[in-house]
Ligand binder design. Sequence first.
Ligand SMILES: [Fe+2]
Ligand SMILES: [Fe+2]
Length: 298
Amino acid sequence: MSRKEFIQVSLEANLFFQRIMKEHLFFIETNLQPVDDGFIAEANILKKSFEDLLGETVVFANCAIRENILKSNELVTSYTLNAEKITSKLTGASINTNITEAEYDLKAKPNFDYTEWLETKIHDINCRSLNLLEEVIEFKEKLLDLFLDCDIYVSLYPEMLGHLIAEAKLYYNILKALAKKTLPEMPVCDELRFWNHVMEDHAEFIDGMLDPSEKDLKKKAEEFAKTFEKLVEESIKCHEKDLVEKSKAATEEIRDFKKSATEGLLNCQIKSIIPPLLADHVLREANHYLRILKEIKI
Ligand SMILES: [Fe+2]
Ligand SMILES: [Fe+2]
């Protein structure tokens, strides 16, 4: 892979996943119980470490990433800053919103100079992200084990902790490939199965976290879960072209649903136990998947 490709792919993956990781740690930090103050402190430190890495990445990413990444709204949406401010205020846990503001100012520049110096810097960030990620995966797995043994209580579904681990492992595989200066590639149907399963989980979490009185929204969430469950099954048979089209249509729909849910939560119009930042987080993951779907060439 060329130097330009290495720099762009690294920056784009890090911008997306470093934020996803620090938000996972924020959700863990704010859903553990006061008795587990040691784990809360650990989640907080890991969150801040990923935040620091993201802050560094944003500086190097300016002008160096592709226009379509900026346009995809997978890095930040127009709701992110507001969702962060409200969720931080409601939980008391810290979020560095300066990073978000810097991300709103990111630009793409087609004739950007991809220097050897920048390649070294990016390689260094990749290595540090990989080391930190190993710790994060271990931490999440430890919490899930303790939770399943009923030794701790977390107000996140065990299935959600498993979901956070799966997303971290995907990022891990990407960083492993980049450490060898190779393109992180997955067979198309494996990638579709992974993300369709992520979308299915999101629909189930939303369904389970909405207030029982929100009947219409719960019904819609349930329908999305069924749609994506079917798409996961279809990805085993794997008719690529057909599956890409169907996944794109379903993801556009769930993206719209998540978008209006984020708005509704920010405006206090939906009864639920979904923090606004979680709604924005799953919206960005849908945007990320949609951008991947648009880039698949069959
Ligand atoms: Fe996530
Ligand atoms: Fe997710």
